[in-house]
Every structure is written in C-alpha cells, then in structure tokens.
Design a protein around this ligand. Structure first.
Ligand SMILES: Cc1cc2nc3c(=O)[nH]c(=O)nc-3n(C[C@H](O)[C@H](O)[C@H](O)COP(=O)(O)OP(=O)(O)OC[C@H]3O[C@@H](n4cnc5c(N)ncnc54)[C@H](O)[C@@H]3O)c2cc1C
Length: 540
C-alpha cells in the first residue's frame, strides 16, 4: 500500500496512523501460528476515526481496490483473526475507557479497547463482575472478547460473551453506524423501513431467517459452546424480537467493527466453595458430568486436568506441585466451583460419593490457593519451549457432554498415534479440551504434520456431533474446515450473511471465508512465540 493511503488517513483522522516497519512487524502476529504484515496501523481516538477509515476503504473497494480492515484488541487470538494485510485498527491505545457503570440496572458501557482484567477489577469494587471472562483476561480486551464470543471457566454456568451483550455500537463496512440490541416487533419494523445500509442489513437478514427457519435451526448444536460460523439462530426469537448482536459477537471483525459495548453484569461474591475430585475411569467421569448438569445449584465451573498433564508438569517443573500431589497421579482431576456457598449442594456431594475415587472440599481461601495452583499448573505447559519445539494452539473443538467419554478416548489415541507427546486439560463441563502439541514450525515435516493431524482431529470432533470452534473462533486456522461442519444449505446461509454485511469483502477478509489449506501453508510463521503476553503467565 502506498504511503499515499497513510498520508490521506493522517490528514483526516484525529488518531495516529503509523506505517513504520517496526510497528508493522509487531502487528504481524497474534497468538496463532500465522504471520501477515499489515500495511499500516490506525489508532482511532473516537468512533468517527473508525467510520472515516471504513468509508475510505469502502470507496476504494467500489473502485475495485481492496484494502482489508482488521480490528484488533490485545492480539491474543489463537486463530489468526487479529492479523491482516491491510489496515489494523488498534483499539488499546485510546479507545479503552469505561463510559458508564450502572450497578442498579447492572450494566456497564465501555469502549472496546479496555483491558478486560482492569474492567473486572473495577466491577469487583462495585460488587459486580462479568462472568464469561476468558483465561487471559489480564492481557486481553472486551472488544476481542466480543469479537471471539469469548468464554472461560465460568461459562459452565453463565455461557459465553454473547449472552451478556445488552447493546453494541457497530461501524459498518461503509462507515455507517448501527446500534444493535434486542428489538421488539415494532422496533424491528422501523429498522426494516430505513433507507440506509443499516436498513438493508435488517431487511436482508430478516428475510434470510424467515425463508430458512429449518436451515437456521441447524446451527443449534448440542454443544454448550459453538463459535463456528455465525450465531444466526440467536437473532430472531419466537416472539418476533430481533437482535443482531449475536451475529456480531463471534464474527471476528468480519461483519462490523464494535466501537462501544453495553454489557450485563452479575453480582459478585468472592466467597465460594471449591471441590477437587479424582476419577479413575472415563465412564464414571462421563456419568458425573451428565449428573452435574442436573444438580439444582449448578457449579460455576467444571475443569479437568488429565493425568498426562500432571505427568508433564512434574517432568517440566518437578518441584512445582511436589507438596500438593504425589504419585500415583490421579487419572482425571476435576475442579468444581460453587459460588456464594460455604458447602457444596448435597446433590453434588452424593454424586461424588458414588462416582469419584476421592474428593476434597474447601471454602477456605487460603487452602483454595492450592486447588488453583494445581489447576493452573497447566499454564507451565503452555509456556514451555523445548529447543525449537513450541506448544501450538491448534485444537479448540468441543463435543456434547454425553460424548465426552468417546472424545477423551479419541484424543488419547490421536495423541499416541501421532506421537504428539501432548498433555490434556480444559473446560470439560463444556466438552472443550486443550491439547498443545509441541512442534517446530521451522521444519517442513512438522508443518505438514499440522494439517494431517487437524484433519484427523476434525473427523473425530464431527463424528461426535461436536464443533470445531468452541472458545476461540474460526479465524484463519479453521476457515477451510467450517464447510465440513454444516450442510451445504446452512453453509450457504453463512456466506450470505457475510455478503449482506460486507459486500466488497473489506472486513477482515480471509477470516471465516476465503482461506484454503494451501493459503494457510503460505502464512505459517517459522518461529512461534507468545511474545505479546509474556508480561503475564499465558493462561488456558
Ligand atoms: C493461552 C491462551 C488461551 C486462550 N484461551 C481462551 C479461552 O479459553 N476462551 C476464549 O474465548 N479465548 C481464549 N483465548 C483467545 C483470546 O485470548 C480471547 O478470545 C480474547 O478474548 C481475545 O481478546 P483480544 O483483546 O486479545 O482480541 P484480539 O486477539 O485482538 O481479537 C480477537 C478477534 O476479535 C476481533 N476484534 C477485536 N476488537 C474488535 C472490535 N472492536 N470490533 C470487532 N471485532 C474486534 C479481532 O479482529 C479478532 O478477530 C486464549 C488465548 C491464549 C493465548
């Protein structure tokens, strides 16, 4: 891109426009295995800056010249969704304020670049919190959490980010601004009558849903998390109410750019009861998970650390858990949290009496530190390099909870057959597990192996009626595989949604659409690193 573009934008924006090689190198990676250098970086100071940038790229696209726009928070995305070859819109520099906090209506309104952890701290001081926080909240933003429809340890009880959006301000591909929130039938009719791009979007999406109810329903999976494609089935409800926010959340910058978000918050009580349970068979673990979904007071989180992960932690850092756990290491260690209580519900205890090999309960914050230390020890694995071998973020599927047994069996086989030497842990309550195989991206053999293993992995997940993208989204990494998840009719609807919002393809192209496996091979980094987040411990 010529410096003419940078000069033009510099002249018209209040925020800075930078195209130095240093800045371009910095923004060429996120936490995925890919690398694409942008042409320039815009640091918007206000919504108008984003609008002007979008209008500019729209007008160029009308004349046949495509400049991609990629919104970016902290760039911790693991799928290559926060990088792009055109303009990076970097939110963390200026658009990072809390605009309003109302504890009566339990709503907080923020700019997208606000650090999630800082916002959470402020909310805590007001006795509130935002529940679907991702593990890396200290080093990521709200804009990124909306972009990825992020979820984390509390999502067992509270679901993902989508469920906490009250309203969004969204800059559209042509620079117009749209406000999304749940609209009544009457409010929707008004929107349908608008003679603007926004009106066109409302009309087209409404018609798309009305003409394809049965196909839209196919996006409802039996998994509690699903970020593959778009949240189309959550837009129109049976009562005729309509909200485009569920489409924007999880769209990874491919439908619009969020300039302001109002979010629902919950009461926060740090007192909780933690349970650490040991299971010696996958069957019993499966039964316990199913039963936990039916206890009266749901745990807020249900997390797993597999024996393979504990072995790996002992191998890498022999002293880290020495005083807390000793051999024989448990086959499956499950951590549960019950909020606002000193004792877990009787139903949960009964269930563990029957199914667990043993368990430990604590409401004492001092002792709970030990529980957290064991669960969080997996972060040691995510951060460990062995020479040029790096733990890579490749897999993010989830299966329905009644298929967890088959999923665990399948994953153990996948790891063994492909010599991935990898440990296993994750959000087991949501059927979502993490494996981070250590590979050397500088070696052709390892690069080829990635796609062989991904292929096998997706077959496994899909054979269990799961999703290929549970927490982090599709990004570039999973774009070539989305089509396998849905019927051709359902996939065609996703394509239409993209065309409706982004007819010229300026919004984060290559993410969710337009990337093949061959394309991915050309953008793999030769040296993976977590450079953007080592100020903190990479959490997963
Ligand atoms: C070790 C590790 C573990 C992780 N575990 C999880 C997990 O358990 N659950 C989970 O959900 N995520 C997880 N992630 C992924 C990521 O950290 C989160 O999704 C996080 O919320 C992204 O925030 P960010 O500010 O870094 O966003 P970025 O990486 O900057 O952006 C993420 C996406 O959102 C889009 N975006 C950013 N800002 C805007 C905006 N204003 N408008 C529209 N789109 C926007 C970007 O274009 C991109 O597509 C993990 C990442 C790492 C490195």
């Amino acid at each position: 891109m010529s410096s003419k573009v940078a000069h033009y934008l510099q002249e018209h924006l209040v925020g800075e426009v930078i195209d130095s090689s240093d800045a371009r190198r910095y923004f060429s990676s996120d936490n995925s295995i890919f690398q694409i250098a942008p042409s320039l970086i815009v640091y918007p100071r206000n919504e108008n800056d984003i609008r002007k940038t979008a209008r500019f790229t729209w007008q160029l696209a009308e004349r046949g010249r495509l400049i991609p726009l990629t919104p970016r928070g902290a760039g911790t995305d693991e799928t290559g969704a926060a990088i792009g070859s055109g303009i990076i819109i970097a939110f963390t520099a200026h658009m990072n304020r809390i605009l309003e906090l109302n504890t009566k209506t339990k709503t907080v309104t923020v700019e997208p670049g606000i650090n999630y952890g800082k916002l959470q701290q402020v909310l805590h001081t007001h006795g509130a919190f935002l529940p679907p926080y991702p593990p890396g909240l200290d080093y990521s933003t709200i804009g990124g959490a909306i972009g990825n429809n992020a979820s984390g340890e509390k999502s067992f009880k509270y679901g993902s980010t989508r469920g906490f959006i009250k309203a969004l301000r969204v800059v559209l591909a042509n620079g117009e601004v749209m406000e999304t929130k749940r609209l009544s039938k009457r409010e929707l009719s008004k929107k349908l009558g608008l003679a603007t791009f926004e009106g066109e979007i409302y009309r087209s999406i409404d018609t798309l849903i009305e003409e394809n109810h049965a196909v839209v329903d196919q996006f409802k999976l039996n998994t509690s998390l699903n970020n593959a494609g778009y949240g189309l089935y959550q837009v129109k409800q049976k009562d005729g109410s309509f909200d485009l926010s569920p489409l924007i959340a999880g769209s990874q910058g491919t439908l619009g750019i969020v300039s302001e978000a109002s979010l629902d918050i919950e009461d926060y009580n740090p007192a909780s009861c933690l349970l650490m349970a040991e299971f010696d068979s996958v069957e019993k673990l499966q039964q316990a998970l199913l039963a936990l979904n039916n206890v009266k007071e749901l745990p807020s989180s249900v997390e797993l650390v597999d024996q393979s992960a504990l072995e790996e932690i002992f191998r890498l850092n022999p002293n880290h858990l020495k005083s807390l756990i000793s051999a024989p290491l448990p086959r499956f260690l499950v951590f549960m949290e019950f909020e606002n209580v000193k004792k877990p519900p009787k139903s949960a205890v009964k269930l563990l009496d029957t199914l667990a090999k043993g368990y430990d309960i604590s409401a004492d914050p001092e002792r709970q530190i030990n529980f957290h230390k064991i669960r969080e020890a997996v972060n040691v694995i995510s951060a460990h390099n062995e020479g040029l071998l790096r733990p890579l973020p490749l897999f993010d599927g989830a299966v329905p909870v009644d298929r967890v047994r088959d999923y665990l069996d399948g994953l153990h086989k996948l790891i063994k057959n492909n010599n991935l030497g990898s440990a296993l842990w994750g959000h087991i309550g949501e059927g979502n597990l993490v494996i981070k195989p250590r590979l050397n991206l500088g070696q052709v053999g390892d690069r080829q192996k990635i796609f062989r293993v991904l292929d096998e992995y997706y077959k496994l997940v899909l054979s269990l009626s799961g999703t290929i993208s549970a927490t982090s989204g599709d990004g570039r990494l999973r774009t070539p595989y989305i089509e396998r998840m849905y019927s051709p009719e359902a996939y065609a609807l996703l394509v239409k949604v993209k065309q409706i919002f982004d007819p010229y393809g300026t919004l984060n192209p290559g993410v969710k659409f337009g990337t093949t496996v061959e394309d991915l091979k050309t953008i793999i980094r030769s040296d993976y690193s977590l450079n953007h987040i080592y100020d903190h411990l990479p959490r997963s």
